[in-house]
Design a binder for this molecule. Structure first.
Ligand code: HEM
Length: 479
């Protein structure tokens, strides 16, 4: 804590003070600019694209521009997973860390999850039919809410929550919930609470661990632990249910396939265990819900802000599907403009986000600087996709046409909302399928517009994942 000397050749950044490191300076800029993302972008413009920070006891490197991000994400030395928080897990009666699947096991668990997601299909349901069920549930819910009126006003940032969680939870445990289901709402509330207390680089208590004991509430530790315990409990109950109803010949979902692997000793590597299954579900849950929700939030934020984009997408949908044929993933090649709306929504989300933090697994180099072992390092993707120097014309504008090149959909190298390299998002296929089907299905049946005198604010919400601030839209059925 008291050491203010920087390691030799450490990336440049603000001066370090005893105990705090440069936390105060960063917090000051964060307060002025409104987010940690903008604060680190500003510091990178002053100190350079590889920024060295120290927040409390934690040394941290933030990488900003595309060339540096490319070198970072391609480096095997910088592909470690951060250590999770450890605390008492009453449910299992012993001490364990549950934030993340253990690094030594991650490789095998990641490969298993990727294969399940790629071969997605349990019983008669594949990824498209599963998401279609959710999109049509939402369409019906909106029609039901409109009832005999001409239109309805919805708060848009929460409209998709349950349905997005359902796509994850159906895949993992074969369970889906109704739009108003109390249990699912509770789970969503826990996730939202949790995401509000931490940022991508951890929470106040992880930088100043003594606060866990001195100020458990103020430092967010209590909320963090309680939220984890509640989710852990939720997952454990589902796992117990699976164990009693599991038929090895007819796996219904991810949990069943995993239980099959556990049963067949030659297939199961060392990394497979019930606890790892729970931690894996936790990871997928955490990584997949807010990201997809907020990307959809940005999509509809911009669709009401740019009605001409919405109209153009609707015309394409009408021409290909008409008003009633439900969009499926097979329609993707025939709806290139909708696909471009998806890409631009992902840029609006990703360009305001960080990658997950990685850990240096040994002393190494990045762009000529020394990164000591165990230092946390992450990329600020604003530099790649939204900075004026990122190569996108008017990067703050929502322009789906930018991906339409000679009639084909194409993205530049700098388009990396899912990262790349060893930790590239493993839910990319599911996330893109969700975005495409939700956007296409809703625009087919409804028009979304700004509510008079309640225009959405341009300010967005910082947190583990960025999102638009709550905003309302008027929803009118298309006849
Ligand atoms: C629009 C939605 C999404 C976006 C923009 C997104 C973006 C990202 C990014 C930027 C990373 C970090 C890559 C890196 O550090 O190199 C990541 C990692 C990850 N994502 Fe996603 N993600 C989304 C949805 C999902 C979904 C739906 C799932 C689960 C089904 C998921 C699971 C994961 C996991 C498990 C990781 C960690 C991978 C690893 O460390 O090896 N994500 N995602």
């Amino acid at each position: 804590y008291l050491d203010t000397r920087k390691p030799k050749n450490f990336p440049p950044g603000p001066k370090w003070k005893p105990f705090l490191g440069c936390a105060l300076e960063v917090a000051g800029i964060k307060k002025r600019t409104g987010s940690f993302l903008k604060a680190t972008a500003e510091l990178a413009s002053k100190h350079g694209p590889v920024l060295g920070l120290k927040v409390g006891k934690q040394k941290l490197v933030v990488v900003y521009d595309f060339q540096a991000v490319k070198e970072f994400l391609a480096s095997d030395d910088l592909a470690g997973r951060p250590f999770g928080e450890f605390y008492e897990m009453r449910t299992w009666g012993k001490r364990r860390g549950i934030l993340l699947v253990d690094e030594t096991f991650w490789h095998e668990q990641r490969r298993f999850s990727l294969r399940q997601l790629r071969e997605f299909g349990f019983g008669r349901r594949n990824m498209s039919t599963l998401i279609q069920e959710e999109t049509q549930e939402l369409v019906n819910y909106i029609f039901k809410s409109i009832h005999h009126r001409d239109s309805i006003i919805f708060e848009m940032t929460t409209l998709f929550n349950v349905h997005v969680l359902n796509t994850l939870w159906s895949m993992m445990a074969g369970v889906r919930y109704k739009h108003d289901d109390a249990k699912m709402k509770e789970l969503q509330a826990i996730l939202t609470e949790l995401f509000g207390t931490v940022s991508m680089v951890g929470a106040t208590f992880s930088h100043f661990p003594v606060l866990k004991y001195l100020a458990p509430e103020l430092s967010g530790y209590k909320i963090y632990v309680n939220a984890h315990l509640k989710i852990w409990d939720f997952l454990r109950r589902e796992l117990e249910h699976h164990k009693t109803t599991h038929d090895p010949n007819e796996p219904r979902d991810f949990m069943d396939v995993y239980l099959n692997v556990l049963k067949s000793s030659e297939e199961a590597g060392d990394s497979f265990s019930e606890e790892q299954l729970m931690a894996l579900c936790m990871d997928l849950f955490m990584a997949g819900s807010e990201t997809t929700n907020n990307s959809l939030g940005f999509a509809f934020f911009y669709l009401i802000k740019y009605p001409e984009v919405q109209k153009k997408a609707q015309m394409e949908i009408d021409a290909v599907l008409g008003k009633h044929r439900v969009p499926t993933l097979e329609d993707r090649p025939n709806l290139p403009y909708v696909e471009c709306v998806v890409l631009e929504s992902l840029r609006m989300f990703g360009g305001r986000a960080f990658t997950v933090p990685h850990r240096a697994i040994r002393d190494t180099e990045l762009c000529g600087y020394t990164i000591p072992k165990d230092v946390l390092i992450l990329a600020n993707l604003h530099g790649c996709m939204m900075d004026p120097t990122s190569g996108y014309d008017n990067p703050e504008e929502f322009v789906p046409e930018r991906y339409m090149i000679n009639g084909n959909v194409a993205v530049p190298d700098t388009f990396i909302p899912f990262g790349f390299g060893k930790h590239r998002c493993l839910g990319e296929t599911l996330a893109r399928a969700n975005l495409f089907l939700f956007i296409a299905s809703l625009l087919q049946r409804f028009t979304f517009s700004v509510v008079a005198d309640q225009p959405p604010t341009e300010e967005w919400r910082d947190g583990v994942t960025p999102g638009p601030r709550p905003f309302k839209a008027r929803v009118v059925p298309r006849v």
